[in-house]
Design a protein around this ligand. Structure first.
Ligand code: ZN
Length: 302
């Protein structure tokens, strides 16, 4: 069966150089391992996603010369997510958490990435009688069982052994890394961790290529996918990031320079590709590069 990878940006802003580097790794991996590429627009966060950014993602990728074989919009998958949640609930693997953000901060230790390690305060509670519907405003007051709550997954206390195609072997226990994590948040939105697991399974993704900043999500995603019934996880590759002059990773929130701004300023795709290769340390000069050349260079670094 032919393999499949995905490029999965969130439409919460315009694509920037960091996304372009990620795209280069995805398409280079597709070339190297003969994979099809799926474009998944991860708009599970409906509060921050914008339709103009969805259109811009497609346009910017096409302008750069990337081609993909299939495409999906995560907001079209809410039925799929609901069904997966029901399956997990039927196995008694989900519970509501009523902790406020303040309580979570104050009552739980943190891991080396600054994430809380949830100690299971609300575990053992039963599911609410009336569920807050997806994306609706949660009701406040009333019966405690109807109060705003997230839904957490009961994650098993066991070590997940996984292999990164670039970084080697990892042995991590999600229970110790983050504890039972939310699969739906307090306002009824599906979390990144949950949505990505459902979609990687449903879309038959065999290779997950993404930035090193998400590496610590891998063990918990493998654990969650096991609970969802996928025993053979995808292969993973986490690539290095472009950092800004202050040594921090580029972020849309910090208004990183966007591909859109470069296009409007008259920068060519070749110039942009050359610049990204240089900034990522994959080329010694900023010489313009066409897409095939750029992919060859990244391929040699896989
Ligand atoms: Zn709680």
């Amino acid at each position: 069966m032919p393999g499949k990878t995905r490029f999965a940006p969130s439409p919460t802003g315009y694509l920037h150089e960091g996304h372009l580097l990620s795209a280069l790794f995805v398409w280079a991996a597709a070339t190297k391992w003969d994979l099809s590429v799926h474009l998944r627009i991860e708009d599970h966060d409906q509060e921050r996603s914008r339709s103009e950014h969805i259109a811009a993602i497609r346009e910017d990728l096409q302008w750069l010369g990337f081609k993909w074989q299939s495409e999906s919009l995560q907001s079209d998958h809410f039925d799929r997510f609901e069904k997966s949640l029901k399956n997990l609930e039927a196995q008694n693997l989900v519970y509501p958490c009523y902790c406020s953000r303040k309580e979570l901060e104050e009552q739980n230790p943190k891991n080396e990435f600054g994430e809380i390690i949830y100690q299971g305060k609300c575990k053992g509670g039963s599911l609410p009688l009336v569920r807050t519907a997806s994306l609706s405003t949660p009701s406040s007051g009333g019966s405690p069982r109807n109060a705003p709550h997230s839904l957490r997954i009961k994650i098993p206390d066991k070590v997940i052994n996984w292999h990164d195609l670039r970084l080697g072997d990892f042995a991590e226990n999600p229970k110790l890394q983050c504890g039972d994590f939310p699969i739906r948040d307090r306002i009824g939105q599906w979390t990144y961790q949950f949505a990505v697991c459902v979609d990687d399974i449903e879309e038959g993704i065999t290779h997950v290529i993404r930035g090193e900043d998400i590496r610590n999500s891998t063990a918990r995603q493998i654990a969650l996918m096991e609970l969802m019934g996928r025993t053979e996880p995808p292969k993973y590759l986490h690539h290095p990031l472009i950092v800004d002059t202050a040594g921090k990773k580029l972020s849309k929130r910090e208004k990183a320079h966007s591909i859109r701004q470069d296009r409007e300023a008259g920068v060519t795709p070749q110039e942009l590709l050359g610049r990204v290769l240089f900034k990522a340390g994959l080329a010694s000069t900023q010489a313009p590069a066409d897409l095939d050349t750029a992919l060859d260079i990244v391929c040699r670094n896989l």
